[in-house]
Design a protein around this ligand. Sequence first.
Ligand SMILES: CC/C=C\C/C=C\C/C=C\C/C=C\C/C=C\C/C=C\CCC(=O)SCCNC(=O)CCNC(=O)[C@H](O)C(C)(C)COP(=O)(O)OP(=O)(O)OC[C@H]1O[C@@H](n2cnc3c(N)ncnc32)[C@H](O)[C@@H]1OP(=O)(O)O
Ligand SMILES: CCCCCCCCCCCCCCCCCC(=O)OC[C@@H](O)COP(=O)(O)O
Length: 429
Amino acid sequence: MALLQQLKSQFVCQMIIWYVFLVSGLIINLLQICTLPLWLVSKQLARRINIRLGYCISSQMVAALEWWSGTECTLYTDPKSYPLYGNENAIVVLNHSHEIDFLCGWTFCDRFGVLGSSKVLAKKELSYVPVIGWMWYFLEIVFCKRKWEEDRKTVAQSLQNLRDYPENYWFLLFCEGTRFTPKKHQISMQVAESKGLPKLKYHLLPRTKGFWITVQNLRGTVAAVYDSTLNFRDNEAPNLLGILNGRKYHADLYVRRIPLELIPEDEAECAAWLHKLYQEKDSFQEHYTQTGRFPGPIVSPPQRPWALINWLFWACLLLYPLGLLLAQLISTASIMTILASVALCSAVSVGVRWMIGQTEIDRSSSYGNKEVSSKQQLKTPDLLRAASLHRYLYASCVNTHLAGLVQQVQPCFKAQCSLNLMLYSRSSR
Ligand SMILES: CC/C=C\C/C=C\C/C=C\C/C=C\C/C=C\C/C=C\CCC(=O)SCCNC(=O)CCNC(=O)[C@H](O)C(C)(C)COP(=O)(O)OP(=O)(O)OC[C@H]1O[C@@H](n2cnc3c(N)ncnc32)[C@H](O)[C@@H]1OP(=O)(O)O
Ligand SMILES: CCCCCCCCCCCCCCCCCC(=O)OC[C@@H](O)COP(=O)(O)O
């Protein structure tokens, strides 16, 4: 066992995994380009082909997690909801604190048969990542610049395109918008305070616009929101390099299925609903910290062999020509070819390191890192501030089960909030 573990951490093994991933990925990207003319003839067929091509890439990372590192992924959920998973379209809301959270998400996608078709609202920068980012263009992943004024149109349009998608998919939303760091947490809690929202211990304050626009544009085609909360046992801090080194982690995922009809249509109410959801998620994390488990029963889906079979297929296909090439290099070695090969390998290693860097929290973007000055808060137009306060008042009432009453008096509430805030803003100028 220890020998196997040592073998897994050998540089040469990791080189093989990388070689197979990169070369097969680029071949698949090329095949995806070849499907372009087909989009004009049969869009649905082109989509179905791309789902399978996409699977060939993303399942390699799932294979690395499940078969190479042996990471265990446990699902806590209601057994009544379980049969629906994978058999309907869903919006997945997931916390964003771990470097491999997306990969654990992919594992569950694979187990429920929606890996090739799974979607995400991703930051635009990821679309430039070779192999994965390029693959995403053809899978109609929705990209955003995290600048609402620019995103509101493009994101809505991309979501509308998914309305006639031919296979079931899960649409993943990291509503926190960026990965958790202590600094981002501190700043987002200042924002929460300025909006009169309760503080969260384990999450950043969720950004509500992406959630609202997704629900609004996918209503009628998506059946439910899967509220998903992920954590790792024994305070593990998993990362991609650990996976490639064959290190085993233990992921626990708690999923609640919430029918889409229960989510308010109005933007302010939808935002309040999401804030309340994150307060609940925070309490689940607290429960996990205290007890080492999530509430409810464990109903884990079985591991499937397809990710491993796919990897073995590409390995057989690509390792033989690599062997031939190496043999030829050694037999006809000239100084020039050796130097050129070393230069090529070094360039590839730098590229690979950059790709891994995309998953590392230490290299996270500065989004959500900038202090929001009180001056900026005061600059917010009166009505927007009023809407924020109204949202909070509504959320507080939802918390105290007074939602029905609020809905009745809502127009008066809105007017009263607007008036109060206009008076407040004028007096503070
Ligand atoms: C059964 C099993 C179930 C589940 C299995 C689990 C998962 C599997 C599912 C699918 C897998 C599929 C794919 C996974 C593969 C890979 C994924 C990889 C990565 C991609 C992830 C990303 O790229 S995350 C980053 C991009 N995404 C997002 O940002 C989404 C969330 N963001 C939003 O919704 C934003 O609103 C926005 C992007 C639409 C617009 O952003 P913008 O900043 O322009 O506007 P905002 O409205 O958000 O900001 C202004 C308001 O925010 C307030 N503010 C200011 N500072 C802060 C702060 N620090 N924190 C919080 N709020 C802040 C400000 O006051 C404004 O307030 P308003 O009152 O005016 O709204
Ligand atoms: C067998 C396979 C082994 C090979 C391993 C391949 C590794 C390839 C690495 C490419 C990774 C590209 C997919 C990246 C997904 C990263 C998800 C992520 O977490 O994005 C961060 C954003 O949400 C928020 O960004 P920040 O604002 O925090 O910054």
